[in-house]
Design a protein. Structure first.
Length: 189
């Protein structure tokens, strides 16, 4: 799974940097040359829709998604594990729900030969197919993560399950930030 999330993160970062450069170019061209590339907002919408599912997977795999854990840290190990499995399974159900509606959207687009109501008049099947693929990667990745959590639950491996799927404690986050600071300071010298 780490390989998939690493590739997903690289794809997301690369695409977002390219989009950012395009937006800056659009702004500069409008400001200084009264010229517009046209459709950069459309491109931005497609970009976010296509790469968002990849970022969802990276966040879930790295336990970086936001979780409200007011009670979590105060619970014994077994209830924590149960909540962590519930979180993984609920994210999987959400990913399947999103995948279902993405498929429905693509089917409708095919049926109506839909095009964007923009200057580019993009046939929507192209960006929506990429969106469907990345939504599929998200759903498959979440399914795998849920299976891993369920296997640990069945084995009653509470400790590993909590380490792998639980949210970081405040002290873990502080230690990670301090390690990152040391790396940055070491790179600066």
């Amino acid at each position: 799974m780490n390989h998939v999330t690493r590739i997903s993160g690289i794809i997301f970062g690369t695409v977002m940097i390219a989009l950012s450069i395009t937006i800056v170019a659009e702004i500069l061209l409008r400001k200084f040359f009264s010229f517009s590339l046209g459709g950069v907002d459309e491109l931005g919408g497609y970009t976010v829709a296509i790469v968002a599912p990849l970022t969802f997977l990276v966040a879930a795999a790295d336990s970086a998604h936001i979780r409200i854990n007011l009670l979590h840290a105060r619970l014994p190990e077994r209830p924590q594990a149960m909540l962590n499995v519930a979180a993984a399974v609920s994210l999987t159900l959400l990913s399947l729900f999103l995948l279902y509606f993405t498929v429905q959207t693509v089917v409708d687009t095919l049926a109506y030969n839909s095009i964007a109501q923009t200057p580019w008049a993009t046939p929507l099947i192209y960006p929506q197919t990429l969106w469907l693929l990345t939504m599929g990667v998200f759903a498959i990745g979440m399914f795998v993560l849920s299976l891993q959590a369920i296997v640990m639950l069945v084995k009653r491996d509470w400790r590993t399950l909590n380490l792998r799927f639980g949210p970081e404690s405040v002290s873990d986050e502080v230690l990670a930030e301090l390690e990152d600071l040391k790396k940055r300071q070491g790179a600066a010298t």
